[in-house]
Design a binder for this molecule. Sequence first.
Ligand code: GLN
Length: 278
Amino acid sequence: MKIRELLHWSSRSLVNSSSPDIDAWALLKFVLQVDDAWLIANEQTPIDPQHEARIRKLVDFRNSGVPVAYLTNSRQFWSKDLHVNSRVLVPRPETETLVEAVLNTARSFLSPTILELGTGSGAIAIALSTEIPHAEITATDLSRDALAIAKINLGRHNCANVKLMEADWFSGLEGRKFHLICSNPPYIARNDPHLEAPELQHEPESALVSGEDGLDAIRQIVSESSGYLHPGGWLVLEHAYDQAMQVQSIMNNARFVDVHSEKDLMDHDRVSLGRRPE
Ligand code: GLN
């Protein structure tokens, strides 16, 4: 069988995938350990039977729900290749909206200090670090497994301005103040049927689910963050496509000002921001 035929077979067989061509391509690159250019130039090359068997097995795993990112241990975010496994959430494209919102607000500070809560693979901190090399970034996570992955990614992308810290939201940060606090916290309601999606079954529940209405983590972060923001500092939070009004009212009730939301590429209000009064 030629590489081209196996690519076609794989993309036809990836029945649970929303992007079967891209996924088939990623699986082949991973198993053959080659780059895009090699694969394009070698579509007519016969495939080694051992490689073919591995690819067929990975297609089966994908069809049983395992995200491609976990099969290939990699995911692109903000044009960076990140190491991922099932101990961290797969970085999502909508989270780039959070990065953009933080970058926009960071412009008003000369040397911003930024706190990212629940960094997982480190995706957000790494994107911010590359865009604002003069920022001082602290990225926390409760999970040591996640911090180990974030450490790999920070090293891979030379993010010397990011410090990792094991923390349960603000624990251990007492007395510190930041210009910006951001997070993509868990925000799915415990009984949300969306959680039955096969992909989500493979991701860490602690990164997805947050109480009865999905807003426990957001309520806690909003209520505590004033104490960790400089006057005029911003809190920037990702949330579900239908939570903007609730998150805005949580921020307003906590006396944040200039509260508003930003849309993701799907036109959903995905990120809400509020500022600590001067
Ligand atoms: N955006 C993810 C999803 O709906 C959830 C991520 C999160 O809870 N932070 O699949």
